[in-house]
Design a protein around this ligand. Structure first.
Ligand SMILES: [Zn+2]
Ligand SMILES: [Zn+2]
Length: 302
């Protein structure tokens, strides 16, 4: 009896997996250790750094590179960022791409793995992670990466980088505790804030695009789905929150295509391009500027 059956908002039968529910609850319950280990300035700084580095790895690399090929990068740099991406606990790059590609293929239609239009806000946010088994990595993607064994390995062993980060944070915390006791930190504190809390916040930020950014916010451009630009997600997603822009221009590495929109993840890619670490970074705003099509009135809200 590992299944819980219920009805979704659209009437579709939802099929939850008890082991998945237990796993997600336990991970969130881990945050209660904050009452035991406390927080310090160095732990807070570690939380911020790990959060935004993981954000770039997931949004800038799993999303913009693997899924949409909005720029190109070399094999070594790609492996480095893919390894970092796995520390976020959102599975491997090809598995992530499999789910997200389905989202674009069937956006807000039958077949979308996490559409609030089809199955309600909760299912789109977290429910899809509790349901059934996760989608297996697509065979086509595995074939595409057959000459990149390091990526196939990483996709299968996504837990290795996730655990490695905890080991690193433990060692860092132990060193800081013994060498700089005035900082008031500990191995437990570093693991909780840098390993667990930053990954949980990032999970909810990413899932907010699937849920809230398909219900609330502004539709600037017509797309066949219900995607929206959602300004209040900006502090958490620094540009990835221009989700309606992204559905309109999925191949663009720049999501902040209109005036007064600043996609910081795109700016990071531009810096990497200047340093010769990535190339051919695509930017839809350039074409829009040339055609004088920037920021039309947001008249599509409905
Ligand atoms: Zn979407
Ligand atoms: Zn996408």
């Amino acid at each position: 009896m590992n299944r819980i059956h219920t009805q979704g908002s659209s009437g579709a039968k939802l099929d939850y997996s008890l082991p998945n529910i237990t796993r997600v609850l336990l991970v969130h319950a881990g945050l209660l250790f904050a009452f035991k280990v406390g927080i310090s300035w160095v732990a807070f700084a570690t939380f911020m750094v790990t959060y935004y580095v993981k954000l770039f790895a997931v949004s800038g690399v799993f999303h913009r590179y693997y899924t949409h090929r909005s720029y190109e990068m070399g094999r070594g740099f790609c492996f480095l960022w893919s390894f970092i991406g796995c520390t976020a606990g959102q599975r491997g790059p090809l598995s992530w791409t499999t789910v997200h590609s389905k989202h674009h293929q069937h956006s807000d239609k039958k077949g979308d793995p996490h559409s609030p239009v089809q199955r309600g806000l909760f299912y789109a946010h977290l429910g899809w992670l509790l349901a059934k088994e996760p989608l297996p990595t697509s065979d086509a993607l595995v074939r595409k990466y057959k000459d990149r064994p390091e990526i196939l390995w990483l996709d299968r062993h996504y837990n290795v980088p996730f655990i490695a980060l905890f080991v690193l944070l433990y060692a860092l915390g132990a060193w800081l505790e013994s060498s700089f006791p005035a900082l008031g930190t500990s191995p437990g504190q570093m693991m909780l804030w840098g390993g667990l809390a930053s990954s949980i916040l990032l999970l909810h930020s990413t899932c907010s695009l699937n849920s809230f950014a398909h219900v609330f916010g502004i539709r600037v451009r017509e797309t066949p789905d219900n995607s929206r630009n959602l300004w209040w997600l900006y502090p958490f997603l620094v540009g990835e929150n221009y989700h309606n822009n992204h559905h309109k221009f999925p191949r663009s590495a720049n999501f902040g295509v209109d005036k007064r929109q600043y996609d910081l993840l795109f700016f990071v890619l531009l810096v990497f391009q200047k340093l010769g670490l990535v190339k051919n970074v695509r930017d839809a705003s350039r074409t829009l500027r040339e055609k004088d099509l920037l920021a039309p009135e947001p008249s599509l809200n409905r």
